[in-house]
Design a protein around this ligand. Structure first.
Ligand code: ADP
Ligand code: MG
Length: 758
């Protein structure tokens, strides 16, 4: 049934051609027990390898059931091996990390037996080789003889007609050898067993035929017992392990080789961490719009802020405001939206200097308890929550000003006493500390109590006091002329001021004098400095949407509140103020309870017909350009990093992967096809990657909660599902590339040389 006709095999290495076999002619039949003998180097192993399809041959023809094999493809050889050949080698080709049972089971699995049959057959076979008591023992724990018996059980598992044994007893004591040979002899009744041995005496009692090789040639072929020719023709259909089986095998491999798995996971965790951090940084930078942390459209891009206006540019009705207030996921509506883009200033004291720093006003309600690293949310009007990277502790006092009155260059801090500097500032008690949301912003986020946020004075300062935001214009008009712009002046709300009137500080007298010649040519301001008190003015407030004009008289010179003589302060009562600013509401901010709700709120508001935007997603052209450049640069860096890491990891893991080669070759020799084994390697690496990714994400999540690396902040701040998906695919692709490369390396080595060199 198996026939070699003029088969020759050469080995080429470094221009030296060694002769493996020369024109060998042999025929074998089922039922034979063939002993192949010869000196070392005579070609015994070569003969077995050619017969078993582990090695190619150069000349002649090998027939199996009269079928030529010289034109077989890799897949056909795989099928040939799986179908016909069972292997037993000298050095126990057994998967050490598997139990006896598993070693046999996997062979059955590769043959495509169903689960029930597999279990039953495995137990039978193991019983047959006398290893039932060692069923679940790890192969590495067995003695040589036991290992060899397990290998025979596995070879039998395949139900193949040919068993080839290359010095199966070479490493065994005589007692074990005898057992093994007995076993092989029993098997040979319905199989062709070919045993290579250098010790013929051992097999003398069993052999039905003896073949002696010398220098690659058959020099003796003696048949003691003739058997009838027969054919065993079985369907040779390639069997592919299904994905589930491949994953099971991959997982078992990972579990059974813990040291290899741990090492691989550590290496992968490292690269996943590097990648996630670089990518996270990239996403962070491109999302925090520019390096200073705000974009050029909105200053305060707090991540749960949604800005709402109406498409027809009319003011909101109370009903509409109520609707927005009641919207799902909206926790707070700030009717005075401009407040959010207003900068306040605080004074930070060092040992040697006092620094003036900008901060944004945010309602404390946007804080969730989890954001607080210490203390409590504000419980009274002058409580404040500040970022924990400023050096303040809970209960410290922090002085806040609406408009920056002193610039560093203007103030000689050596001579200005603290009490002078802070005299007109509002002292706030720090009630809690919060982790910074935007790592790259030099403008800090402050969180105030509702009472402060909704205090008309605060609102007025927000509208009028900020130098940064000329969104709301307030002028004092005389006739057709806008006489005095009040935006740069300090507004005081004082209810002792009569309704419909305004009081200006001394600082304005100079302004009137300045205009005297033009507007009041008849007035001698030198002798009548308060002449303007008799005149009628209009207080005009205008936003981008509308203008509100109210007639106003000047009822006196304002002297309250410790005003300096040069300072421009104007005072009105609450009613006048309300007429001025809050009669109409055109733009509001709705706060989402969580940042990830914000975009949903935008959708809901749009469905209701409002114009809603999420400032985090708004970019100006400059920002878009900056982002594009950043993306290209970072994309390039990522690519370089990817390639670099790929090679480093390849080098680091090469040896550890190499240690798998033996197991793979064994699997291959028992008929697993190349593509299945490729997939197993790749699945193992993908699993390691997923596991490592999990570790890294867990770490980052804990970091988000507890900030154990204080400066690192929350790198995943801006991650969307898209980002996670992209990163996942990138990492899995990296693992895939690595797996493919390892596979190539493994399969470049011929099955037998690798097995033998172990
Ligand atoms: P045996 O098993 O009888 O000891 P082999 O079949 O292993 O002999 O070797 C037969 C001949 O082929 C020897 O001369 C040996 O040097 C040569 N040979 C075997 N394998 C290789 C190989 N992978 N590369 C080069 N020469 C080889
Ligand atoms: Mg040999």
């Amino acid at each position: 049934m198996l026939k070699l006709k003029n088969v020759a095999k050469y080995y080429h290495s470094n221009d030296v051609v060694a002769m493996g076999l020369r024109k060998v002619n042999l025929e074998f039949e089922i039922g034979e027990f063939v002993a192949v003998t010869g000196e070392s180097g005579s070609g015994k192993s070569t003969l077995l390898n050619v017969i078993s399809g582990l090695d190619s041959y150069e000349e002649g023809e090998l027939y199996i059931n009269k079928e030529e094999t010289s034109y077989y493809s890799i897949e056909e050889w795989e099928a040939y091996r799986r179908q016909y050949i069972g292997f037993v080698f000298q050095d126990y080709n057994i998967i050490d990390s598997y139990s006896v049972f598993e070693n046999v089971m996997i062979a059955l699995k590769i043959q495509g037996y169903d689960k029930e049959t597999r279990k039953q057959r495995a137990e039978e076979l193991i019983d047959r080789v006398g290893l039932t008591s060692h069923l679940h023992h790890k192969a590495s724990k067995l003695s040589g003889g036991q290992k060899q018996r397990a290998v025979i059980a596995r070879a039998l598992a395949k139900d193949c007609p040919i068993i080839v044994c290359d010095e199966p007893t070479g490493n065994l004591d005589s007692e074990s050898s005898k057992n093994i040979l007995n076993l092989l002899y029993e098997i040979s009744k319905d199989k062709l067993v070919i045993v290579v041995t250098h010790n013929y005496d051992e097999v003398r009692d069993f052999a039905t035929r003896r073949i002696r090789l010398f220098d690659g040639e058959v020099v003796e072929d003696k048949v003691f017992e003739k058997v009838d020719p027969s054919e065993t023709k079985t369907e040779v259909a390639p069997y592919f392990l299904n994905l589930f089986s491949l994953i099971t095998i991959a997982i078992r491999n990972l579990i059974r080789t813990p040291r290899r798995t741990i090492f691989t996971t550590v290496v992968f965790t490292f690269i996943v961490a590097v990648f996630t951090l670089v990518y996270g940084f990239f996403v962070n930078v491109t999302n925090s719009t520019d390096a200073s942390g705000y974009n050029f459209v909105f200053n305060n891009v707090t991540d749960n802020r949604v800005i709402v206006t109406k498409y027809d540019q009319t003011p909101f009705t109370p009903e509409e405001l109520a609707t927005i207030n009641d919207l799902n996921r909206v926790i707070y509506v700030n009717n005075h939206d401009v407040m959010n883009d207003t900068t306040v200033y605080f004074y930070q004291k060092d040992e040697y200097y006092i620094d003036v720093q900008p901060a944004y006003i945010n309602p404390a309600i946007v804080l969730s308890k989890i954001d607080l690293s210490d203390g409590e949310p504000p419980s009274s009007k002058y409580d404040i929550v500040v970022q924990d990277d400023l050096g303040y502790q809970v209960d410290d006092i922090i002085y806040i000003d609406y408009a920056q009155k002193y610039f560093m260059s203007d103030v000689d801090f050596d001579s200005v006493s603290e009490s002078t500097l802070f005299a007109d500032k509002i002292p706030f008690r720090v009630s809690g500390l919060v982790k910074p949301t935007n790592l790259y912003s030099w403008v800090k986020m402050f969180y105030f109590h509702q009472d402060f946020i909704e205090d008309p004075t605060t609102i007025s300062h927000s509208y009028l006091g900020s130098r940064d935001n000329q969104i709301y214009e307030v002028t004092l008009d005389y006739g057709d002329y806008s006489l005095i712009g009040l935006n740069y002046s300090t507004l005081v709300i004082d209810d002792t001021i009569p309704d419909g009137s305004i009081q200006l500080s001394d600082g304005f007298i100079g302004t009137f004098e300045w205009y005297a010649d033009e507007y009041f040519p008849d007035v001698d301001f030198e002798s009548n400095p308060t002449y303007y008190l008799d005149l009628d003015f209009n207080l005009v407030s205008s936003s981008s949407f509308d203008t509100f004009t109210q007639p106003i008289s000047i009822s006196g010179i304002y002297t309250g509140g410790g005003v300096d003589e040069w300072e421009e302060v104007y005072a009105i009562n609450t009613n006048t103020y309300n007429n001025m600013i809050s009669s109409n509401i055109y733009q509001i901010t709705a706060y989402a309870s969580e940042a990830y709700d914000a975009e949903l709120i935008v959708e809901n508001l749009e469905d209701l017909g409002f114009n809603a935007i999420y400032p985090q997603n708004v970019s100006d052209p400059f920002t878009i350009l900056a982002k594009t450049i950043l993306s290209v640069v970072f994309g390039g860096l990522m690519l370089i990093l990817l390639i670099g890491i790929y090679f480093i990891v390849y080098m680091v893991l090469r040896n550890i992967q190499q240690s798998k080669i033996r197991d793979f070759l064994i699997l291959r020799s028992i008929g697993a096809n190349k593509s299945s084994l490729n997939k197993i390697t790749i699945i193992e690496l993908l699993l390691s990657t997923v596991f490592s990714y999990g570790i890294v994400l867990l770490f980052l999540y804990l970091q988000k909660l507890y900030r154990f690396v204080p400066m690192a902040g929350n790198i995943m701040n801006y991650f969307t599902w898209g980002n996670y998906l992209f990163l996942t695919f990138l990492l899995l692709y990296l693992a895939y590339l690595l797996g493919s490369r390892f596979n190539k390396r493994i399969f470049n080595q011929s099955v037998i040389t690798s097995l033998k060199s172990e």
